[in-house]
Design a protein around this ligand. Structure first.
Ligand SMILES: [Zn+2]
Ligand SMILES: [Zn+2]
Length: 175
């Protein structure tokens, strides 16, 4: 009988230790989850109420709470959202920078004088400062040189250019 009670005593001590170790382990995991959630939600939301609710969820419900948090948490971190915003802005600016031919719709670039596909005039060069001007401008905004509007014109011949520059000079100096 004594032997049995001795074995039982050892067993109960062992069980008690196992409970203590497992309990301590569970508490450590629970606390680690709470801390992780708090750090994680702070990278995803600036809202104090959201931060508090998420942390409280894991604090009260431990592992199941953490699982719910993982499902419900904002997909993007604030840094990722910021990066995406920047990327979108760059993309938009890129699209705005790209121009298209008003006559055939081909992609052109800001410094093209003529459409490489259909030959439509896109810009004209200022005769004085050589800056590129839009065809519907009457005046060079960089140097004040008067230029005739040539809306929708196609690639002009050298004769026409010569005539136009003569005309522009005539307008500039009426005497
Ligand atoms: Zn074109
Ligand atoms: Zn000019």
């Amino acid at each position: 009988m004594e032997e049995i009670s001795a074995v039982l005593g050892t067993l109960s001590t062992l069980v008690r230790w196992v409970i203590v170790v497992v309990g301590a382990y569970a508490v450590a995991i629970w606390w680690a989850l709470v801390v992780w959630t708090f750090i994680d939600i702070r990278t995803r939301s600036r809202d104090f109420i959201v931060q508090g609710a998420a942390t409280l969820l894991v604090l009260v419900f431990s592992l199941p709470g953490a699982l719910i948090y993982l499902i419900l948490r904002p997909k993007e971190t604030l840094a990722e959202a910021y990066e995406r915003d920047l990327e979108e802005e760059y993309l938009l600016r890129d699209i705005e920078d790209k121009e298209s031919c008003p006559s055939c719709g081909s992609r052109t670039q800001g410094d093209y004088l003529y459409c490489p596909v259909c030959g439509a005039g896109l810009k004209q060069e200022c005769g004085v400062c050589r800056k590129l001007l839009r065809l519907d401008w009457n005046l060079c905004p960089y140097c004040g040189q008067r230029v005739g509007p040539r809306v929708g014109s196609v690639a002009v011949t050298s004769e026409e250019t010569a005539y136009q520059s003569r005309r522009a000079t005539a307008i500039d100096s009426p005497a």
